[in-house]
Design a protein around this ligand. Sequence first.
Ligand SMILES: [Zn+2]
Length: 204
Amino acid sequence: MSKLLYPSAFEELIASFRTLPGIGSKSAERMAYQILEMDEEAVSRFASSLLKVKNEIKHCQICGLMSDTDTCNICNSNIRDESLVCVVQSSKDVFALEKSEGYNGLYHVLNGVISTVNGKSVDELNLDSLVERVNEGKIKEVILATNPTVEGEVTALYISELLKDKEVIVTRLAYGLPVGAHLDYADELTLNRALQGRRKISNK
Ligand SMILES: [Zn+2]
């Protein structure tokens, strides 16, 4: 008896869903069935929203945060503390920190961390522009808020070395966060505490 296979288009859709984080084969199948049941207009809206995200969202030219304009709302704001810059791994960390409402400085989004596992090298991170921003002289403190994972720590250490001779104080978040945790999973209170208790890692 030959095994019944899904039509190839359906199989392809399942495979696409499976590339998303946290989606296993059962969930991917359920999602594909759901798409099959949707009317054409709804599917078309869904598909175009995927493309729109890819085509319209870019990185802020100053800080690297995702934005649909050349420079983001935070960099454009005139009520933020320009002497503080918080360095994070990804845009989602900025949104998590903004929700905590305990921070009013600027950000710098690396869009990655140094990793030997998936081969991200230093050159691929948004680092040159951080050094440029520091060189401009307005920034007094750089808060390193990469995740408390091995890669996050290695990256924080690398940046603190990079800024060693610059006229800035470099601090690291005081993680009441569990080791290995991710910033965007932390609750607002924990994030606020981490910010308040940040410790100095440069000797200025
Ligand atoms: Zn920006």
